[in-house]
Structure formats: C-alpha cells, structure tokens
Write a protein that binds this ligand. Structure first.
Ligand code: GZL
Length: 334
C-alpha cells in the first residue's frame, strides 16, 4: 500500500481542507445519520465516534487533545469520545455502540493489531467509514478507509542505529521495556531496533512489557534489577518515555545514576521525556508525533464527502540527543 509522508507544512494544508470541506455546500443526497448528524460534508455536522485506547501515557494525552481540538463543534463535528482504558474488548464494544448509534464516521486508535475483522466488517455492512489513527490493525485494508499514523518500525530502527553506533563495539547488556503486548508500536519498534543492532556486541538480556505506563516501566525495571543486579545492566531500550521515566525511578532507587551507569534510549519525545534527556537521565529519544488530529479530521471529512483520501498517511518523526533536546524543548507543543 502506498505510503505518504506528511510534513508539518501539510498539516496546515490539511486543516484548511478540513475547515473548507466542513463549510462547503452539501453534496445532494448526503446520507443522514440517526446520531443527529446528516451525513456531514456540507456545512452540517459530521457525527464521529472516536474509540481511543485510554489514557496510559503522556503521548496519549497529547494525542487525545489534538483529536478533540480538530473534531470541535466549531470545525463542524459532533465528537462521541470513548477511552477504553487499554481494554481491547471494551474498545471493540465501543465501536459496536457507534455503529448502533448510526454515526457518520468512526475513528479508532486500536489498542492491539488483532481481533478487528468482525467489527470492521459490521461497520462496512452498516455503510459507516472507518479511519484508523496512530496504531494500525492486521485486518485487511479493505475494511477501513485510511490509516493516519507513524512508522513505528522506522522509529525502532533510528533508536537501534544510535545504540549500535554508541555501544555496538563493546560488550553491552541491554534490557527492553516493551509497549502493550500485541500493539503495532510494540511489535514494530522491536523489529526495527533488533535489525539495527544485529551483529553488534549489544546483548538483549531480557524483554518484558510495561504496557506503555510509568508504573509498568518502574515495576518491570525493578524486576530486572532484582534478577540481574544493577551492575549487570548497561542499557535500557524503552518503547516509550513513560516507561523510561519509571525505569529512571527504579535505577535511582538502586543507587545508580540513569544516563551514566545505565544508558537509556526511548521513543515518543513527550515533554517529561525531553526534560529527562536535557537533564542527562535519558541519552537519546526518537520522536513519535501525537499531533494527528488535523490530518484525521481532514480524512474523515474527505471520506464523508466522497473525496479521494490517501489510504496511508505517515507523520514524519525527528530524533534527539541532549543538545538537540535543549534546543527544541522551549518550542515544543507537547
Ligand atoms: C505510538 C503510540 C504509543 C506511544 C505510547 O504511536 O501508540 O502509545 O508510543 C502510547 O506512549 O501509549
């Protein structure tokens, strides 16, 4: 499937398109919606059901804020929001509820990749378009209209290439704090990182999920320290900043210095992670941009209006060492 990288400039264009589309004249015969929408696409309200993963991390909060800002009443939307507390069954039930409400469109940030075929088929049978944002699913791409997200494997590759350059020539014992089991970011960030360190002297001693939460990262790191001893852990690869921040607490409680005695590589680049990088407690962070709301709103409007919408839209990610983080932190939006 064709991938399209969206630069920041395009984000502004997408916002303009979304606003224009919401205020354009309605197509004749725009389909109605039992949820109070009228099929949208004509200055009338587009009713959107949004099934968010939950509120597990700083990244997720920034993503939710971006989505709520884009899907505002002023922009021509009625947003029905559900956060599933990282519970896949609850998230699928929320999507079924949106179908029963007869919304004009459904947006999903799927907690895990598998298990989506049936409910996506039910949405298709009901004639309700589905847009995936952030994470993706293993179901056929025929079952949803577009995915707007991030290239998680590329994020893992960037992190692994930095680790290989910095530590690949010396014996390095690494532990991994994995994201939510079965989620696209956890799967793909591992794939990209592992390929990048292939053939180096970095040895993966252990790998366990911390479920993308700070508490999860802290308790898993405490377990690693208990099992292997803090002096036998040289490097932590955390699939997100919240788990890295939890690991920092565990490393300091064990009397070691994070960023020095134990190096840390993370992904997301949320504010607290970037601050820890500036403070020298994290050594490298690969960004994962959560500000997807404008692109997703433009895609929903386009699909509801029957316009051509790019099926796969990636938002580009940056990467930061300490100096780059010091320069970038004052101007970052999340
Ligand atoms: C990645 C996103 C991940 C973040 C975590 O796009 O799905 O989920 O890396 C978040 O912080 O919980």
């Amino acid at each position: 499937m064709k991938k399209r990288f969206i630069s920041t400039i395009a984000l502004a264009g997408a916002a303009a398109m979304a606003l224009t589309a919401c205020s354009s004249d309605p197509e004749p015969g725009a389909s109605g919606s039992a949820a109070g929408g009228d099929g949208g696409g004509g200055g009338d309200t587009i009713v959107v059901g949004f099934a968010q993963t939950g509120s597990e991390s700083g990244w997720r909060s920034a993503n939710t804020d971006s989505m709520k800002e884009a899907f505002s009443e002023a922009n021509g939307f009625e947003l029905i929001f559900n956060a599933a507390d990282n519970d896949t069954a609850a998230q699928i039930a929320a999507v079924r509820d949106f179908i029963n409400q007869g919304v004009d469109a459904i947006v999903i940030a799927p907690i895990v990749e598998d298990g989506w075929d049936d409910v996506l088929q039910e949405a298709a049978d009901a004639g309700i378009p589905v847009i995936l944002e952030d994470r993706t699913v293993s179901a056929s791409a025929d079952l949803y209209n577009a995915w707007i997200g991030l290239d998680f494997e590329a994020e893992g590759t960037k992190a692994g290439e930095w680790a290989a350059a910095e530590f690949g020539d010396t014996e390095t014992k690494m532990v991994v704090l994995e994201g939510t089991t079965g989620s696209a970011p956890a799967n793909d960030r591992a794939t990209g990182f592992d390929a990048a360190i292939e053939g180096t002297m970095i040895e993966k001693v252990d790998s366990q999920t911390g479920d993308f939460t700070r508490d999860g990262g802290k308790s898993v790191m405490e377990g690693f320290i208990q099992n292997y001893g803090i002096d036998n852990i040289d490097l932590v690869y955390a699939h997100n900043d919240d788990m890295a921040l939890g690991a920092i607490e565990a490393i300091e409680a064990a009397g070691a210095v994070p960023g020095e005695d134990v190096k840390i590589i993370s992904i997301d680049a949320v504010h607290d992670g970037m601050q820890a990088l500036v403070d020298g407690k994290i050594n490298y962070i690969v960004e994962c941009n959560p500000l997807l709301g404008e692109l997703v709103a433009a895609a929903v409007t386009g699909v509801v209006n029957g316009d051509e919408v790019e099926p796969v839209q990636y938002v580009e990610d940056l990467a930061f060492d300490q100096a780059a983080a010091e320069a970038a932190l004052p101007d970052r939006k999340y």
